[in-house]
Design a protein around this ligand. Structure first.
Ligand SMILES: NC(=O)c1ccc[n+]([C@@H]2O[C@H](COP(=O)([O-])OP(=O)(O)OC[C@H]3O[C@@H](n4cnc5c(N)ncnc54)[C@H](O)[C@@H]3O)[C@@H](O)[C@H]2O)c1
Length: 266
């Protein structure tokens, strides 16, 4: 996909990885809808982007992705504002083991919903001839995480869903590629959640263990995750792929055995 003049909707774009995604897409000539719950930080990011790229290139849309109507409205606003949608990045996420239902709601259910809504806007039967959806999972979607079991489950869910729906999208010739990104630890505000009892609950006493893991694996810069996003978007051959980003191997892909019933490259 050539990114110039494409329109992207990014959830959780006010800060952290989502903001880095927005920056990278704006640099490539895209228009971006920044969707986030955090109005103050989201509007500040939009103002900073206005100074660098001009006021017409981005829009901030306040939205709680865990609210179905809110999420549908955000897609509608972005589509109406820019006239189309080409790229959806389901990135908003939380780390909350205490109020764990919220973690499943935001990290998994809203990603599923964002994918379904994105497909409605972008599949061939609609007005666009090509589209891309990228779901943000985590390395915790591929390996166990002893002190974040629900976060881990939510991200495993994102990977299973993404690989499966990508096969369906290909089978239906929707013209929408769907992939996921799994970063290791990334230097964003979410890392502060491990310090908080209201986020960690039962696992609070293990925050040092998580810090030790960060020390061991290292912490990535959000700009590298954005580089991974651009790679997925620009390579039209990728569908149903799970990109991993780590300090020691950089950007690479999870390898899976071919499925016995897989009749074509999906
Ligand atoms: N930082 C890491 O170490 C790391 C590693 C792997 C994966 N991830 C994933 O990357 C994604 C982005 O995380 P981040 O590190 O940038 O975290 P972050 O906390 O810096 O940013 C998350 C953004 O999502 C927004 N958000 C949260 N709940 C929302 C909701 N209900 N509706 C709308 N917006 C909401 C927040 O306001 C925030 O702007 C998440 O899915 C996270 O799980 C992060």
């Amino acid at each position: 996909m050539h990114l110039k003049d494409k329109v992207a909707l990014i959830t959780g774009a006010a800060q952290g990885i989502g903001r880095a995604f927005a920056q990278a897409l704006l640099e490539k000539g895209c228009k971006v809808a920044l969707v986030d719950l955090n109005v103050e930080v989201g509007e500040a990011s939009k103002s900073a982007f206005d100074k660098e790229f001009g006021t017409q290139r981005s829009i901030f849309i306040a939205c709680d992705v865990s609210n179905e109507e809110n999420l549908k409205d955000a897609f509608k606003k972005a589509d109406q504002h820019f006239g189309k949608l080409d790229i959806v990045v389901n990135n908003a996420g939380v780390n909350n083991e205490k109020n764990w239902e919220i973690t499943v709601q935001i990290n998994l259910i809203s990603v599923i919903r964002g994918t379904y809504i994105g497909l409605e806007y972008m599949k061939n039967k609609n007005k666009c001839s090509e589209g891309a959806i990228v779901n943000v999972a985590s390395l915790a979607g591929l390996i166990p995480a002893a002190f974040q079991p629900v976060y881990c489950a939510s991200k495993h869910g994102v990977i299973g869903f993404t690989r499966s729906i990508a096969m369906f999208s290909a089978a239906e010739n929707y013209g929408v590629r769907i992939n996921a990104i799994c970063p290791g630890f990334v230097n964003t505000p979410i890392l502060q959640s491990i310090e908080k009892e209201e986020n960690m609950g039962l696992y609070s006493s293990h925050k040092q263990d998580i810090k030790d893991m960060m020390e061991f694996y290292g912490v990535l810069d959000p700009s590298l995750i954005a580089e991974g996003l651009i790679k997925i978007l620009e390579d039209d051959t990728l569908n149903g792929e799970i990109m991993k980003i780590t300090t020691n191997q950089g950007i690479h892909f999870q390898e899976y055995s071919p499925l016995p019933f897989q009749s074509r490259k999906l």
